[in-house]
Each structure stands twice: as structure tokens, then as C-alpha cells.
Design a protein around this ligand. Structure first.
Ligand SMILES: NC(=O)C1=CN([C@@H]2O[C@H](COP(=O)(O)OP(=O)(O)OC[C@H]3O[C@@H](n4cnc5c(N)ncnc54)[C@H](O)[C@@H]3O)[C@@H](O)[C@H]2O)C=CC1
Ligand SMILES: CCCCCC(=O)/C=C/C=C\C=C\C=C\[C@@H](O)[C@@H](O)CCCC(=O)O
Length: 250
């Protein structure tokens, strides 16, 4: 799978908001069909609005908790059943909740692993496909105000790199890449600010020091589209920062 996405079938988790919503819009605008997965009650109105703009037959409304492996597998199958194939998967849903770190690991890391295995099962062996996993700069340089979150994102990067080699060695034509944004202007960051303010003062100071200008989710969606469409990108880790833009890291 390379080049144009027109006519292809994509699945995006965390599609109701922020980076997932911006990516879904970008895919639809480029002519792809999108299976939109999210746990949020906003998903229905989001899909209705996207359907009005891009055609209701091009979007599948798939309410699902990505931390529930069986439910996630069904939503993946449903996407292929509705649209006839599965070519692009963006494992993007995530939470920022250090107090509930067990749940955080399930949503942020387990769902990326199970989403990847679901994609491998459903993508065409002949045509192949592409997977993009949303990590974070905190997976490259772990942050003191979110150790479990940072660990989940480091895990995504390690999984992506290992799985690229695994797929290649097995001769499976699926590319797999990861995106590592710094701060993005989404509900996650807005809500995290309040939680961070309740942490001990030195940790608040560290969080404030590492906070840069927030980027727009549409900018991150452009990075995800680059990883989808550029056939030379496999096992790529794309860092996105407000001052430096796109940087591919080892
Ligand atoms: N906002 C930021 O600064 C950055 C965010 N990220 C990552 O980007 C991804 C998207 O986050 P944002 O768009 O920023 O936040 P967001 O809060 O706007 O979007 C996250 C979406 O995931 C959904 N979600 C959460 N738990 C779910 C579950 N169990 N099942 C299904 N859907 C679920 C939410 O309902 C929401 O629609 C996350 O993986 C996050 O860790 C990475 C780097 C920076
Ligand atoms: C610098 C963040 C990089 C990691 C991005 C990421 O993956 C997820 C980030 C989630 C939440 C980040 C919240 C950051 C908050 C700070 O900007 C600051 O608002 C916290 C200090 C509290 C204050 O308002 O002074």
C-alpha cells in the first residue's frame, strides 16, 4: 500500500476528538472510507457531521472501548464487513490518567498491540496495508509528571520497531510506523493541566518547564498522513515539535 488513499479503507481509534478526529477528516477528504472507533458519547454526532460533509456511506460509527479486546476485534471486523477491505489502521486512542495506571496501560498500549494483531488478521496478504501508532515525545524522553503514560508510549515505540522487523522477516506486506508529538491542543492536555496542578510543587515546575507551544491536531494528522502515504516509511518514528516540525528519529 503506497501513494494515494482514495478508495482505501481506514480504521481510526479515538476518532471522536483531537488527533483522531483530525486524522479521520484528513482521510475522508482524501477519498478514504473510515471506521471511526471511540468510547465517547460524542462519537455519534461526530460521525453524523462527518457523514454530512463527506458522505454517510464513507463513515462507519463504531462505539467501542479499545481496552476490551473482544469489542475491539468486533469493531475491526465490522469495518472490513461494511467496506470490503482494511488497508489503513491508526491506533490512536489514549488517556492521561496516572492514578488509574492499569487502565492507562490497557487503553494506551494493550489496544495498540491488539489493534496491530487485528490489522494483520484482516489486511489483504496481497495488497498489504499500513499501521500508524500514536506514541508521544514522552516515549522518547520520559516525563516526571507522567511516568506510567511515558512508559505506555515507550512501549508503543518498542513494539512498533520490533513488529516492523517481525513483519519483514515473515514476508508480510504491512508497514508499521509511530508518531511522537509534543503538546497538542486537545481535550487531553486541557484536562491534564488541572490534574498536574494538584501534584507536588517541584513536579508542577517540571511540567511547566517542559511545556512548549501547543500544536494544532491538524498538523499531527499531516504527519500521520505522511507515514501512511510514503511507501519508504517502515519502522519510522516521527517526532513532531512546535519549533522543529517533523524529525525522523532512530
Ligand atoms: N494532546 C497531546 O499533547 C498529545 C497526545 N498524544 C496522544 O494522541 C492520542 C490522541 O489524544 P488527543 O487527541 O490528544 O486527546 P483527546 O482526548 O482529544 O482524544 C482521545 C480520544 O480517545 C478516546 N478514548 C479514550 N479512551 C478510550 C477507550 N477506552 N476506547 C476508545 N476510545 C477512547 C477519547 O474518547 C477521545 O475521543 C493519544 O494516544 C495521546 O496519548 C501524543 C502526544 C501529544
Ligand atoms: C510537554 C508535554 C509533552 C507530552 C505530550 C503528551 O503526550 C501528552 C500530554 C498530556 C498532558 C500534558 C499536559 C501539560 C501541561 C503543562 O503544559 C502545564 O499546563 C502544566 C502545569 C500546570 C500549570 O498550569 O501551571
Amino acid at each position: 500500500m503506497s501513494g494515494r488513499v482514495s478508495g482505501l479503507v481506514a480504521l481510526v481509534t479515538g476518532a471522536a476528538s483531537g488527533i483522531g478526529l483530525a486524522t479521520s477528516r484528513h482521510l475522508l477528504k482524501s477519498g478514504a472510507k473510515v471506521g471511526a472507533i471511540d468510547i465517547s458519547t460524542n462519537l455519534k454526532s461526530t460521525c453524523d457531521a462527518l457523514g454530512k460533509e463527506f458522505g454517510s456511506s464513507n463513515i462507519a460509527y463504531l462505539p467501542c472501548d479499545v481496552s476490551d479486546d473482544d469489542a475491539l476485534k468486533s469493531a475491526f471486523k465490522e469495518t472490513k464487513e461494511q467496506f470490503g477491505s482494511l488497508d489503513i489502521v491508526v491506533n490512536n486512542a489514549g488517556i492521561f490518567d496516572e492514578d488509574n495506571w492499569g487502565k492507562l496501560l490497557k487503553v494506551n498500549l494493550q489496544s495498540v498491540i491488539s489493534g496491530t494483531y487485528n490489522a494483520m488478521e484482516l489486511m489483504s496478504p496481497d495488497k498489504g496495508g499500513v499501521i500508524v501508532n500514536t506514541a508521544s515525545v514522552s516515549g522518547l524522553s520520559p516525563l516526571p509528571f507522567c511516568p506510567a503514560y511515558s512508559a505506555s508510549k515507550s512501549g508503543i515505540i518498542a513494539f512498533t520497531k520490533a513488529m516492523k522487523n517481525n513483519l519483514e522477516l515473515r514476508g508480510i506486506k504491512i508497514r508499521i510506523n509511530s508518531i511522537c508529538p509534543a503538546g497538542v491542543e486537545t481535550a487531553m492536555v486541557m484536562n491534564a493541566g488541572k490534574v498536574i496542578m494538584s501534584m507536588p510543587q517541584p513536579i508542577i515546575a517540571a511540567a511547566t518547564a517542559s511545556a512548549g507551544e501547543l500544536m494544532k491536531p491538524e498538523f499531527i494528522a499531516e504527519g500521520i498522513m505522511e507515514l501512511i502515504t510514503d511507501a519508504s516509511r517502515n519502522g519510522a518514528i516521527l517526532m513532531i515539535e512546535p519549533d522543529k516540525g517533523f524529525t525522523y528519529v532512530e
